[in-house]
Design a protein around this ligand. Structure first.
Ligand code: ZN
Length: 156
């Protein structure tokens, strides 16, 4: 399946290559894309994609793409997709780590808060108990001194 193509094809390449990327399936004219082999001096035996109508009517800029270029683009597209996937995965892992770190921090802060609350509560209780003990001591001292005073008064 060899068709001749003139050096005009290389001119068309630059204008039509922007339309889509990778291996083409259909031309903008609706025609199926076929693979042809170039017979130009510039690109001998180089294979290219083109619709049959485009091959017959070279005045209209039908889709043209070199097969090797299209394959390179396909590979690049797959590479980019893979890179994108890896980046997405990395982002997901990082986000997950960040959430875990945040959660860990929150738990830590919560724990600290709870420990502080418990310590404060204990301190309060201890303080109250100390206050109570002091009051008891004061009461006892008062009672003792009154008794002593009474006793002294009785003795004297
Ligand atoms: Zn076409």
């Amino acid at each position: 399946m060899s068709h001749s193509s003139t050096s005009r094809t290389s001119q068309i390449t630059s204008t039509t290559r922007e339309v889509g990327r990778g291996v083409p399936i259909k031309c903008w004219c609706g025609d199926e894309i076929t693979t042809f082999t170039s017979t130009t001096d510039e690109n001998p035996y180089r294979r290219f994609y083109r619709c049959v109508a485009g091959l017959k009517d070279k005045k209209k800029k039908h889709l043209f793409r070199w097969v090797d270029d299209a394959h390179l683009e396909e590979i690049r597209m797959v590479e980019n997709k893979l890179l994108g996937d890896v980046n997405d995965l990395r982002k997901m892992v990082m986000e997950n780590l960040e959430v875990q770190r945040k959660m860990g921090k929150e738990i830590e802060q919560d724990m600290k808060k709870k420990v502080n609350e418990i310590v404060e509560q204990e301190l309060k209780v201890a303080k109250e108990q100390m206050e109570e003990a002091r009051m008891k001591t004061v009461c006892l001292l008062v009672v003792v001194s009154i008794s002593v005073g009474w006793l002294c008064g009785k003795v004297l």
